[in-house]
Design a protein around this ligand. Structure first.
Ligand SMILES: [Zn+2]
Length: 348
């Protein structure tokens, strides 16, 4: 039987792939714009929702990414960054997300003169405050951007290294995938790996499996963001499966960017059946107009998943977390006890 939305809401959950600048509350965006005299396409919530096409289908990934210019326009000072980080963690805590990995590229928040450490500190302040107020723990993933340049990725990697053990749990490569190959950014990833920091890469979303191949073999990604087109390369699929390399699936986002024609056409069930370590994530709570609960519920409904299958996706999230192993094991055991499988389904 497919679990109800309320049952899924009650499950302890993770979100391992959520962009800070794509997940600001709509009301906060207007609020911040008003305070800062920033012009948005509309200052009315309903109208702005329509104008930004939130939750709608876009032409492609680049078109989808165009919405970020508006969210970023109000996220250029410390107060705005701290607030949006706090609220993102609060929204997640309210739907029982216990472990949240917030990703963003600090360089995109320096347009009005902030230095990278000011950006980093403001976001971490917001997350730490939320951790004190709610039952949630948070880590930060710093994103290099494919379509900026490899030098900037290296600078961001250096920032991630400086913030290791101070809130940063990983490094990522995001942005436009077509014409911006992952291998160009290998120096940044070498620095990251050399400092024993986890990394993930957006790949196989707007581009084919060869992009995933590069992420795995040039950048040595420990997780892959999206990997929607992995299904086109069985050999690579088996490579990822054999090494338990997690997939950060973001189903709604993939429909919006037209990587999948519909949720039904999404490979998430195929990946689950193949035994891949697939996790379900939001990508952008604002732009995709979604939540972790809704993503899981939509997947469950679309593919007729039962409670155990949904819990498999949920525990895959905890298993794939960029957390130290013993902490992760303790967290998983606690989660399994809460959902009634204490001591029976230990995956390690
Ligand atoms: Zn993403």
């Amino acid at each position: 039987m497919i679990p109800t939305r309320d049952e899924i809401l009650a499950f302890p959950k993770t979100d391992l792939h959520v962009h800070l600048d794509g997940s600001i509350r709509l009301a906060t965006m207007i609020d911040l714009a008003r305070e800062r005299s920033v012009e948005l396409p509309s200052m009315d919530e309903e109208e702005l929702f329509a104008k930004l096409r939130l939750g709608a289908n876009f032409e492609n990934l680049v078109d989808y990414l165009s919405v970020f210019q508006h969210t970023l326009s109000v996220m250029q000072d410390e107060e705005a960054l701290e607030r949006t980080a706090y609220e993102l963690a609060e929204d997640n805590a309210r739907e029982n997300v216990r472990w949240l990995e917030v990703r963003y590229s600090p360089v995109l928040h320096t347009e009005q003169g902030l230095a990278l450490p000011q950006v980093m500190d403001a976001v971490l302040r917001g997350l730490r405050r939320a951790e004190r107020d709610f039952a949630i723990r948070c880590g930060v993933i710093v994103c290099g951007i494919r379509n900026i340049n490899p030098e900037t990725s290296l600078r961001l990697a250096e920032t991630a290294v400086a913030y290791k053990n101070q809130g940063v749990v990983g490094f990522d490569l995001a942005g436009a995938e077509d014409n911006f190959p992952a291998k160009d950014h290998r120096e940044a990833f070498y620095l990251i790996r050399n400092n024993n920091i986890n990394c993930t890469v957006h790949a196989g979303e707007a581009h084919g499996p060869e992009s995933i191949h590069q992420a795995l073999h040039y950048l040595s990604a420990y997780r892959i963001g999206h990997a929607t087109r992995l299904k086109e390369d069985g050999d690579l699929l088996n490579f990822m499966n054999d090494r338990r390399i997690p997939i950060e699936a973001c189903p709604t986002s993939n429909v919006q960017t037209r990587v999948c024609s519909s949720l039904r056409g999404h490979p998430v069930k195929f990946y689950l059946d193949m035994g891949l370590r697939v996790t379900i994530n939001t990508d952008n709570r604002l732009i995709s107009h979604t939540t972790v609960t809704d993503e899981l519920y939509q997947v469950a409904k679309t593919f007729g998943l039962n409670r155990e299958e949904v819990l498999k996706l949920v525990t895959n999230g905890f298993k794939s977390a960029f957390l130290p192993f013993r902490e992760k094991r303790a967290l998983i055991n606690q989660v399994l006890t809460e959902v009634g499988y204490g001591g029976t389904l230990i995956g390690y």
